[in-house]
Design a binder for this molecule. Sequence first.
Ligand code: ZN
Ligand code: ZN
Ligand code: FE
Length: 750
Amino acid sequence: MKKSFSILITGIVQGVGFRPFVFKLAQGLGLAGWVLNSPAGVECVVEGEAADCAAFLERLPLEAPGVSRIESINYTEQGIQGAAFFKILPSKAGLRHTLISPDLALCDDCLAELFDPQDRRYRYPFINCTNCGPRFTIIENLPYDRPMTTMKHFNMCEACRREYEDPANRRFHAQPNACPACGPALNYVDAAGQKIAGEPLDLAYSALQAGQIVAIKGLGGYHLACDAQNEAAVNTLRGRKARWHKPFALMLPDLAQVRLYCEISREEEELLQSPAQPVLLLKRRTGAPPLPAALAPDSDRLGIMLPYTPLHYLLTENWSALVMTSANFSDEPIAYNDEDAQSRLKGLADAFLTHNRPIFRRADDSVAVWAAAAPRLLRRSRGYAPQPLSLEGCRRQILAVGGQEKNTFCLTRGSQAILSQHIGELSDVATYAEFQQEIAYYCAMFKIEPELIVSDLHPDYLSSRYAKLSGLPQLKVQHHHAHFASVLAEHHLSQPALGFIFDGSGYGEDGHLWGGEVLYGTCADYKRLAHLRYLPLPGGEAAIREPWRQALSALYMAGGEKLATDERWLWPNGWELVLSALQQKVNTPLASGLGRLFDALAALSGLYPQVSYEGQAAIALENILDDNAAGSYRFAINEYQEKPLELDWRPLILSAAQDKLSGVNPGAIAVRFHRALSSLCLHLAQRFREQYHADTIALSGGCWQNIWLLTQIQQNLTKAGFKVYSNSAVPTNDGGLSYGQAAVACRGDY
Ligand code: ZN
Ligand code: ZN
Ligand code: FE
């Protein structure tokens, strides 16, 4: 019996080889009909024997290209249309290609061609197909067709054109399709900008071998590369970048090499090899071959990625590990356009391995970690943006502009939230310009005209100022409510929940700096149930760069002048001024951030009186933590009429100080502090469960990047019968703030 079905597939199904896939599947089953791209997704009709139609419908979701993301398949049976063949029809007009694929790592088919001496693309560094290659970083505008990409500068040769036009070919409408005869080519340029004659890859290899630092143009920007085994080269790179402590990412040639250096689970292997190929933070393996200490000081994890472009495969084949760190000075954005790279990377790179396929937009490497039974994106950028996230029930077009550091912005359309790639630190002039420009591009590409702009409550964030100047109706969302909402929205939680929001600092409703908060509520509204006791920050921002000031403050508040001035603390010069500022309450803003308490504890334990990036002391504290040491500190809980509970760290600081002064090792101090936090959470959860009948808990904020805390607390609370949710697809740090802001704005009827 013959049947006919009309089918609509939605999701990321365009620009990912979906039509050729449908074509081959239908043809293989002997079905007739057609397939096309429409504004809604992919539409197709299949006609043939009932059993074959059924097989088609069954295999469609199972065998779809790995890089596609099907959101729904709807089909209806209809009368026989009388089709004789299966055809790919021209796209339907309308809002075409309104979902844009992120950049995709090299696929297995292309990889095989890359190393096949018989293939016409043998060792061609720009090999790609509809299943892989550059996407978002080369797209200037929509529709996604070659003239709208940076590939417009290259004319396809006969052979490439034939592939491009053949529906059965893997390169059917692969916009970046190219070959050595017609496509982009490599270049090797010295530090002075002079092109050097010779085979660029060989030249780069020799330079790396000689311990030099080579800037390498990748998918979303330049990397600075050096031989990861060469200690002198790694130290030179640190010195030139003026980046003293942040770990450098490594690129290893293959999984075997990763297993040599790191412990890796099945889930971690899958994440590392997924089409997005993030940098994955992996635990070092004991007994691994030694690596220079300067690669990742104070960290028991290494940031690892695999080659994700053909160029990377060619580059890494002779190395066991290359440093591949973003090409920038400290907080500046990474270099991505060629003219700019030459001048910006002066003094950083000894040479450039570059090419003539322009990068239209910067996309940093994404960073992920597998923790507490789920993947956690710590930076969501290349390979993920601009893939939409769901934001159920959102009916309006909203622009949420995020925070100040680790900035991202977020646009909503229907029930989709389109979270931008990592923009970065807005106080940098170039980054702020990019922030503004990318908002304009996104609005144009996705055809979004925001009716409402959402910002942080902090008046001095550049994103808040941008919102104010936009002229749109503005909603200000408290920083930690946004963090809270980011988890609620990610997990589609609409009932009131408890939120443990542990963070660095964010502007509070009372004008103080919040960040150790227990909230109760929904995306629409919240109540502050408890917070860490305020800690004065002598010198404000300076205290964050110099955690010893926070330690001095905490000791003074907990034990008075006598304890704070004990000479065994070995305070740096100028401590008397800090003390008198505390006594006179001059320039000592109040902060309840857990990040601040981490800083104080770390400095008190003798780690990092000064830091080169925020969070460094906290990371060091987590890393020295000694699980074998016994004991725990404790918080006191103070109750005041009509006010949130105060979580008082003074007894904890007193015990830690006593431990330190009596020679207890910092690893024990660290674990006692972590345990105190863990029991505090359990205690509060139980207390508020009775009061509010809430058994759902959301965890968010930068402190949850601490894997020990996340794992232990999630486990303890789950054991006690709570349903615990934390961020996974959206960063728990300020990179997820804009998504949370959007969630607040679309849930509360503003
Ligand atoms: Zn491919
Ligand atoms: Zn060609
Ligand atoms: Fe935050």
